[in-house]
Design a protein around this ligand. Structure first.
Ligand SMILES: C[S@@+](CC[C@H](N)C(=O)[O-])C[C@H]1O[C@@H](n2cnc3c(N)ncnc32)[C@H](O)[C@@H]1O
Length: 269
């Protein structure tokens, strides 16, 4: 039996009928036309904030894979210093709370053996809040469990606010007792003062982003294309982007692509 959706009856919101070429174009192409900036005064394609000069703390190196514990790394950074941070913790949420899969068995074994960060996440977020310059952004990767149960508690005592969220459509189907996972979630947080105009300068990024990761890696790498687009939106060339739990260092790759300076580490190097 053919279980594929009946795409012949699919109509786009524009009213146009389905065609395979249009489907690929409208769903698989991440970048669309930017909204008109003339009528919407909340948009700005110009960034009007600059990163203050950052003296590199002793023991750290730009654009390299540092092997360090992330909280120790953040503790070396000055306050109000950088425009962008990424945090992709090693979650136990799904494994612990949904008792999903046979943790420690077969494909779960490599991931379960990585250092888990769940209890430390609020500490990481508080330190990142301190390091971000005013109106700076934290891009926080989250799993389905924490997305549904809420991350609000992690923001207590910080000046960070949730301002947006992007769903990463991995274009690859995973596991799941009910629906099968094909997506992950990136929460966009901004340090006070919260504003988009003059700070967020790229207006072509859709909030559902399709990107395939070529190689599969035990650290669960995130899409370089999406992270590059976001970095470009909220920083200027040369600015410093931090990632205290960098895994495969996909954020460093994104920084290279966009001419930004990477500063980050992983406990496993
Ligand atoms: C989900 S992976 C990050 C993947 C990464 N975003 C990428 O695109 O490849 C989480 C990483 O956190 C690291 N980690 C766990 N605890 C840490 C800690 N206390 N300090 C620094 N890194 C830590 C793990 O070694 C793992 O590589």
């Amino acid at each position: 039996m053919d279980r594929r959706p009946d795409l012949q009856n699919y109509t786009f919101r524009s009213g146009r009928a389905y065609s395979p070429a249009r489907m690929v174009n409208e769903i698989a192409t991440p970048l669309g036309e930017p909204p008109s900036t003339e009528s919407a005064s909340v948009f700005s394609s110009v960034r009007q904030v600059d990163q203050p000069p950052l003296a590199l703390p002793p023991g750290l190196t730009f654009d390299c894979r540092l092997q360090m514990e992330g909280l120790g790394f953040l503790g070396l950074l000055p306050s109000s210093a950088v425009p962008v941070a990424f945090l992709d913790p090693q979650y136990r949420g799904v494994l612990d709370h949904l008792a999903y899969g046979n943790e420690g068995v077969r494909r779960g074994a490599a991931r379960a053996s990585l250092p888990q960060m769940t209890d430390e996440i609020p500490l990481f977020i508080r330190e990142i809040d301190r390091c971000l310059m005013p109106s700076g952004h934290l891009f926080l990767w989250t799993d389905k469990y924490h997305l549904c149960t809420g991350i609000g508690g992690w923001l207590k005592g910080t000046s960070l606010e949730i301002v947006d969220m992007v769903t990463w459509h991995k274009k690859r189907i995973g596991m799941g007792y009910r629906t099968r996972r094909a997506s992950e979630y990136l929460i966009v947080l901004q340090k006070a003062p919260r504003k988009a105009k003059g700070v967020w300068k790229v207006h072509t990024i859709p909030d559902v982003w399709s990107e395939t990761i070529g190689k599969r890696d035990r650290v669960h790498p995130k899409p370089v294309g999406l992270q590059s687009a976001l970095i470009e939106a909220v920083s200027n060339p040369g600015d410093v982007v931090i990632d205290p739990a960098a895994g495969s260092f996909s954020v460093m790759e994104a920084c290279k692509q966009k001419g930004r300076t990477f500063l980050g580490c992983d406990i496993n190097g």
